[in-house]
Write a protein that binds this ligand. Structure first.
Ligand code: SAM
Ligand code: SF4
Length: 332
């Protein structure tokens, strides 16, 4: 059956956080004081994750999953998990969102199993990379990107735009996209827990577009799920394609087809929701499929309308809509 929420939105896509651990400390994703990590026993085991994917496929025809984190490639046993899933559901569409540090090591595996990669990269400047993430890994990541290109691993670059930090790099990022023949998607910074600096760093799609127009002609091309893609021309010469994911100024909640599962087994219905719905009680000490089925049907109906409903209060009254969740626990 098809999973539908109370607004009639069909849920066909699950994002699963494999771990809350990360090998970077992006200042906008991590509260300054750090986050308390889940204990090992709190985290879903690989068998439980595999069970859930098979379960969602069997009962709700879910055919697309995305592994995220923390940093998903840090999860020990990642490869075995993929192998087991593909054995049962060869046609499943597996995607990953990664910071790219471990891509070099995993690229052959990603290629072999047809995994599509969204790689998060906010800057091409080594010093700035250190400032944003706390570490000096830019070169490794660029090498990983080049390997993906060489092996033809499907790859998109996601860049969170941060005023005064990387907005001056917009033309470098466009040049990078042209040179590597990759799409770079500019993401609006979201006000989630752990980033009380949101207002200071937020820059809208409109502002970015205006900057781009100083140098290029820009034409709308297509809507691709949650992104809007544009083609850039320099005079009449094609330059590259770029995308925008503008959650704040143009929320895509009407088309939201996703459920999130945190690494400790909670369903998160929306990034801006305040509750997680625990799946573990249906998995431990033993799996209770019928109860889990009923629980999921019931829970999905609680999916809120989304940021679209909060936007008015947020912008008109300046009220805070910060999510209850820390991004690295739910994985974006
Ligand atoms: N560690 C992996 C990575 O960085 O790709 C996966 C998890 S990370 C939380 C997923 C994505 O969320 C990254 O692209 C990151 O830049 C983005 N992100 C984190 N906090 C954000 C925020 N407040 N607004 C917009 N995007 C955010
Ligand atoms: Fe950065 Fe992703 Fe790690 Fe957050 S989870 S600190 S965005 S690399």
């Amino acid at each position: 059956m098809v999973l539908k929420d109370s607004f009639g939105r069909e849920i066909d896509y699950i994002r699963i956080s494999l771990t809350d651990r990360c090998n970077l400390r992006c200042f906008y994703c991590m509260p300054e004081e750090g986050v308390k990590l889940f204990k090992r026993e709190e985290i879903l085991s690989l068998e439980e994750i595999e069970f859930l994917i098979n379960f969602f496929y069997k009962y709700f025809s879910i055919k697309k999953i995305r592994f995220t984190g923390g940093e998903p490639l840090l999860r020990r046993g990642f490869e075995n998990l993929v192998i087991e899933i593909k054995k049962n559901i060869p046609e499943i569409d597996i995607n990953i969102t990664t910071n790219g540090i471990l891509i070099k090591e995993k690229v052959n595996f990603l290629k072999e199993y047809g995994i599509k990669v969204n790689l998060s990269l906010d800057t091409l400047n080594r010093e700035k990379f250190k400032k944003i993430t706390g570490f000096d890994f830019l070169d490794e990541i660029i090498e990983g990107i080049d390997l993906c290109i060489k092996l033809k691993v499907p790859l998109k670059i996601n860049t969170v735009m941060l005023k005064g930090i990387n907005d001056e790099e917009i033309f470098d990022l466009i040049e990078f996209s042209r040179e590597k023949e990759l799409i770079v998607r500019f993401i609006e910074y979201m006000p989630l827990s752990g980033n009380d600096n949101w207002k200071k760093f937020f820059i809208s799609k409109k502002e970015i577009m205006e900057k781009i127009k100083e140098k290029y002609n820009i034409f709308y091309q297509e809507k691709e799920k949650i992104a809007e893609n544009y083609i850039l021309y320099d005079d009449k010469k094609f330059v590259t394609k770029v995308g925008f994911i503008s959650t704040i100024t143009e929320p895509f909640c009407d088309f939201c087809s996703r459920l999130r599962i945190t690494s400790d087994g909670k369903i998160v219905l929306c990034l801006f929701d305040k509750t997680g719905y625990d799946l573990k009680e249906f998995l431990r000490p033993r799996i209770r499929e019928k109860k889990l089925f009923d629980f999921i049907l019931k829970t999905v109906k609680l999916k809120p309308e989304g940021f679209v409903a909060l936007k008015k209060t947020f912008f008109d009254k300046g009220e805070n809509v910060e999510s209850f969740f820390v991004m690295r626990k739910i994985g974006g």
